[in-house]
Design a protein around this ligand. Structure first.
Ligand code: PRP
Length: 224
């Protein structure tokens, strides 16, 4: 075996899929505290680079949409990734979720207009607008509620104000967007935070390296 092959076999490049947006900044801080400086990913963002080599840790970072992280990881294009529990539960893919990082905290709630509360016993045709049709479907099914689900891609709070839906299922962080649109929470479906997800093949092939990263992150998370 020549020298080059030996080196590659000893230190395979570990690929991490990180979601662009709010979670990315917090994730980079956690990794840095865990002794894995992915700062180059931060700098490269400004230059619009989406694949960022981190040679000092034999890693590379993929910057992808939050909803795309599970696909990269499930199909082995990334060995691990970080995704919100909302995204993971909605897609329900074949992944390990070994660690909740406690970042990107928010809640998924059912909300409705304050001045037009839904009467669930009125047997009218109810419509729920959401970016999360699967979670909404499971929630309604568990409650025995029959309703139409309208899938949207953003600005969900508008839907009940213009007659598109009776209720919404959406993420709430500060609650300001609901307040601005005179919507009130009916119930919480899910407490959301970001989790590390790992592909099944990656766990088998790179288990030791992934476990080491998880152990470091776990120490940082439990230190608060
Ligand atoms: C998210 C979410 C709410 C808002 C909640 O939207 O869907 O609309 O943030 O935050 P708040 O409780 O602090 O007001 P996002 O900003 O992702 O935009 P979107 O409407 O395109 O989904």
């Amino acid at each position: 075996m020549n020298k080059k092959t030996t080196k590659a076999a000893e230190s395979p490049i570990l690929t991490i899929a990180l979601p662009r947006g709010r979670i990315l900044d917090e994730a980079l801080v956690l990794f840095a505290r865990a002794g894995v400086d992915l700062g180059a990913a931060d700098k490269s963002r400004a230059g619009r680079r989406l694949i960022i080599p981190i040679p000092e840790h034999q890693m590379r970072v993929l910057i992808v949409r939050d909803t795309d992280v599970p696909a990269y990881v499930e199909h082995g294009a990334a060995h691990l990734g970080i995704a919100g529990r909302d995204v993971l539960e909605e897609q329900d893919r074949d992944l390990y979720e070994p660690l909740d990082l406690g970042i990107g905290r928010c809640r998924m709630v059912v909300a409705e207009p304050e001045d037009q509360p839904v009467d669930e016993n009125a047997h009218v045709h109810l419509r729920y607008a959401t970016k999360f049709p699967e979670i909404t479907r499971r929630h309604l099914q568990a409650r025995g509620t029959v309703a139409e689900i309208i899938k949207l891609y953003g600005s969900i709070e508008i839907a009940p104000l213009v007659g598109l839906a009776d209720r919404i299922v959406d993420l709430v962080s500060s609650g300001e967007t609901l307040r601005q649109h005179n919507l009130i929470e009916v119930e919480t479906i899910l407490e959301v935070s970001a989790r590390v997800c790992v592909g099944r093949a990656a766990a088998k092939l790179h288990g030791d390296r992934i476990d080491e990263i998880l152990a470091r992150l776990r120490r940082v998370c439990s230190a608060g």
